[in-house]
Design a protein around this ligand. Sequence first.
Ligand code: TXA
Ligand code: MG
Length: 327
Amino acid sequence: METDVIRIDPASPDPGAIVRAADVLARGGLVALPTETVYGLGARADDAAAVARIFAAKGRPAYNPLIVHVAGEDAARGLASRWPALASKLAAAFWPGPLTLVVPRDRARVPDAVCAGGDTVAVRCPAHPVALALLKEVPFGVAAPSANRFQSLSPTTAAHVLKGLAGRVDLVLDAGPCDRGIESTVVDVSGEVPVLLRPGALARTALEAVAGPLADPSPPAEEGAARRSPGMDRKHYAPRARMVMARGDAVEEALRSAGTRVGLVTWRARERRDVERLPDDPAGYGARLYAALHALDDAGCDAIVVEELPDSPGWEAVRDRLARACG
Ligand code: TXA
Ligand code: MG
């Protein structure tokens, strides 16, 4: 298929472009859309055939459930068989924003394909003017995983989306780089105690200030068993190049030995070729991490050394993504 790209101003999205994207979705097509975290690969969530196109385009196995994006709490409630009190509390505090809530699923409203056949559905209201305008335009939720091929790096620009999905998506809404740059935090509020399934752009401390302590997911009983949050598999979010973490005093040696053309991601000042220097705070670093890895991949690096992170609080999500990328 031919992939159309429309540039759209995130400050004041052109209504004509939004209507066009809504029309593609209504017909069962795929639209890559910007959110505040990463670009999503969207399809109407009430149409199993449209949702199947997402899995085909990504090359993603069907046991991985998708997040349904909605315009607000009312739309989210419409997809749930029960809306827990904690969901209301968290939605009031953090939506629109980078928080995904896993709630009991209304089987009549949400097809099996969205939820890998499970009893829950993940819902999120993104804080991006383009995504919100589109979600308000359509009478359905929009299922959207990150707009990358399965197990490769998440996209924070339209160019990243096209690298993996050109010819596999009908329309890309290009609103420039995403602000947060790291995926949403996923919290399961369907059970007795809330569980932090995936650390992400919304910090655990902010969540716990509202929700109280969050439990960690129990490890899968056995390989191949039903997974609580399949996106938590290792070897996810990875660049093409081999990734290595190195302590400050081991960086020089790692740069010499890790590969033929070795890139470096660091928050320190280090002069060399193929270096991506990121801010030394978690939000700033997280916002640019994927773009840095994309850039070093594109430069032709066969290995990427990541210098150990600063010893300050708030790095949980960044640490998680780096550990997975090192797989
Ligand atoms: O920031 C984000 O969350 C981005 C943007 C596009 O919204 N989306 C995203 O989607 O990262 P994806 O599909 O790459 O990751 C979705 C995560 C996975 O870890 C998946 O396992 C989990 O959410 N998830 C989805 N539905 C679930 C469910 N019913 N129960 C448990 N985990 C679920
Ligand atoms: Mg993803």
